[in-house]
Design a protein around this ligand. Sequence first.
Ligand SMILES: Cc1cc2nc3c(=O)[nH]c(=O)nc-3n(C[C@H](O)[C@H](O)[C@H](O)COP(=O)(O)OP(=O)(O)OC[C@H]3O[C@@H](n4cnc5c(N)ncnc54)[C@H](O)[C@@H]3O)c2cc1C
Length: 323
Amino acid sequence: MGPRSDAQRVTVIGAGVIGLSTAVELARDGHEVTVVADVDTMDTVSAVSAALWFPYRAERSPAVVELLRSSFARFAALSEVSDSGVEMRAGTVVERSATPDRSWTAFVPDAVEADPRLLPPGASSGVRATLPFIVIPAYLPWLRARASALGVVFERRSVQHLAELAGRADTVVIAGGIRGGELLGGDPDVVPVRGQVVRLANPGLTDWVTDTDEPDRLTYVFPRRDDIVVGGTSIDGSWDRAIDVDTERAILERAAALVPAIAGQPVLGRAVGLRPARPTIRLERVTGHELPVIAAYGHGGAGVTLSWGTAERVLALLRDDAT
Ligand SMILES: Cc1cc2nc3c(=O)[nH]c(=O)nc-3n(C[C@H](O)[C@H](O)[C@H](O)COP(=O)(O)OP(=O)(O)OC[C@H]3O[C@@H](n4cnc5c(N)ncnc54)[C@H](O)[C@@H]3O)c2cc1C
């Protein structure tokens, strides 16, 4: 889309999945977008993400249901774009609760009850479904290239105060993940939820399995293309970014019990990411600052899952201001 008469100069702070998706969405609508980030995309929490479209640790609210719905549709469309890194993949959600939350299945045409004989010991039930599966090492570079092709400008630096952007931007979008509240005077509601993963060689698996109802024995096996992301942990309030060897051993034991074919596969890499958790995602206009601000942070364990819905909501908030 070309320039528009009411185009705004928008600075997006953050080059993770939320910042990049938002930048693409605003640029597609004809706005002049600059992304400012002090951490390169492939070093963000987003790059650690596994990444399945699934509302893990996402707030349960009508607003989030809408973000889920719209993101599902956008990812399903992107799975038709050959180099996007997005695929529609079948897999199993293992449930260990007597009252599992299946609200997400409303958007998933082929979701069915899993065969109990294929579930691990202790599981109460499960769902088989084909979901968007986002191969992050392909997807994030693709998203960044898409933004550049739409004219988005990238700057690598830290923003210390919003006042620095006065005169350069008409609106600022804060997509700063776990640091999203810092430029707004602090946000005590944001807490890290530490996630540790290990990457194994892929012996040819395609189906994913996720078993996340019990946080202290969270387990998932996500075969990408050449590797498999195996997780995980979910430790509230931990800022520890170091790989813990004992934790990795326990993850691999649990995962091999879930998917025996991964036992003994060579380790290709390891990572820790701090999920930007918040009781509710902050997705709103924020007043009282040097220039108009839209906050878009606090997506916890579902930032990729909710990314396109978030980007669409930011655009709607921007348009409200323009009218
Ligand atoms: C192990 C693990 C597995 C996960 N699996 C999944 C999954 O399967 N599906 C899913 O949907 N989600 C998953 N997640 C969650 C997902 O990764 C996060 O919700 C998401 O990455 C958050 O994205 P973000 O863009 O908000 O933040 P980030 O990716 O952290 O990006 C923040 C950006 O803000 C910039 N920034 C912040 N403050 C400033 C400043 N003052 N100046 C300049 N730049 C600034 C940083 O440089 C960075 O570029 C997982 C997370 C982990 C840790």
